[in-house]
Design a protein around this ligand. Structure first.
Ligand code: NAI
Ligand code: 15L
Length: 269
């Protein structure tokens, strides 16, 4: 596959989309932007719902690859998750197939496997092929997206890297995040690797920085050429002083998905 240049970034108005708008162009990409809400400072962005297949087809036409971030990004009602994450991702893949886009980077989530007990002490890191244990309808939709990506590879030869992102924010804000944080700069490194690695078929990887307290195996991401440079450890002392160490007996702390596993709130979105 020739190196991609023009990328459609869905979910461009969101938190991660905003970070990637800042960081991805330095890798030489021209970004085309898509979101259901206007993208600040980007009057050319396509403002449309993922359900609008005509708008999607036009948006994906001629791009070399897609970074698919658009979604409800926390737990919500099943109906809203169904519309945006399940049907929306299906519409995106269909539009990409119709327009011959060869590669998608799909923003999956740790919540696809959120009910996996977190490693403690010398426990091995969680492998990427650990059984799916979604913690929410949200996590379930990310498992759907991974399976859809596998189907489109097997049936249509469209490649995807599904990145099970931990927490990608400027700084980690909780003790749990010390284990799963991905700095925005490492996020851009990983997306760039996922966009350019040869022969990925459908590959699922975890997405985080090289955290001292890491919970999962990053070897799949490294095999794509990803070399994380950041570690959450400089934030540890302050967060632990404020919040205390994670208590493995507390269900909120016992699983990869953290608080998503406990009668999840219906976060406003
Ligand atoms: P966000 O909620 O800030 O942004 C999501 C964007 O998608 C919003 O701008 C929203 O308007 C757009 N969107 C939602 N429904 C849409 C629809 N039907 N049609 C078009 N656009 C729609 O979320 P964030 O944090 O930027 O996350 C981006 C992606 O990465 C999401 O897929 C999320 O599930 C995934 N992810 C993010 C993590 C993080 O730490 N930020 C962790 C794990 C996964
Ligand atoms: C996610 O999947 C969410 O999109 C993000 O907002 C964070 O809550 C993250 O997981 C997390 O697990 O911290």
């Amino acid at each position: 596959m020739p190196a991609p240049r023009t990328i459609l970034l869905t979910g461009a108005a969101g938190g991660l989309g905003t970070l990637m708008r800042e960081l991805l162009p330095q890798y030489g990409y021209d970004l085309r932007l898509f979101d259901v809400v206007p993208v600040e400072g980007a009057p050319d962005a396509v403002v449309a719902d993922l359900a609008d297949r005509a708008a999607l087809r036009e948006a994906v036409r001629g791009v070399d690859a897609i970074v698919h971030l658009a979604a409800i990004s926390l737990e919500s009602s099943f109906e809203r998750i169904l519309h945006a994450n399940i049907e929306g991702t299906y519409h995106l893949y269909e539009a990409a197939r119709e327009e011959g886009v060869p590669r998608i980077v799909f923003a999956s989530s740790n919540h696809a496997v959120g009910f996996t007990p977190r490693p403690i002490g010398d426990d091995p890191l969680i492998p990427v092929d650990t059984p799916r244990r979604p913690d929410t309808f949200y996590g379930l939709s990310k498992g759907f997206g991974e399976d859809l990506a596998q189907l489109y590879w097997d049936l249509h030869g469209m490649e995807t890297v599904s990145v099970r992102i931990g927490s990608c924010f400027r700084e980690p804000t909780s003790v749990r995040m010390l284990s799963i944080w991905m700095s925005p700069e490492d996020g851009a490194r990983l997306f760039h690797a996922a966009l350019t690695a040869e022969g990925v078929g459908h590959t699922v990887v975890y997405g985080s920085s090289a955290n001292t307290r890491l919970w999962w195996d990053l070897s799949g991401a490294r095999a794509l050429g990803y070399e994380p440079r950041d570690d959450s450890e400089p934030f540890a002392a302050k967060l632990i002083a404020e919040q205390g160490e994670l208590d493995p007996a507390d269900p909120d702390h016992a699983y990869l998905g953290g608080h998503f596993t406990t009668h999840p709130p219906m976060w406003p979105h």
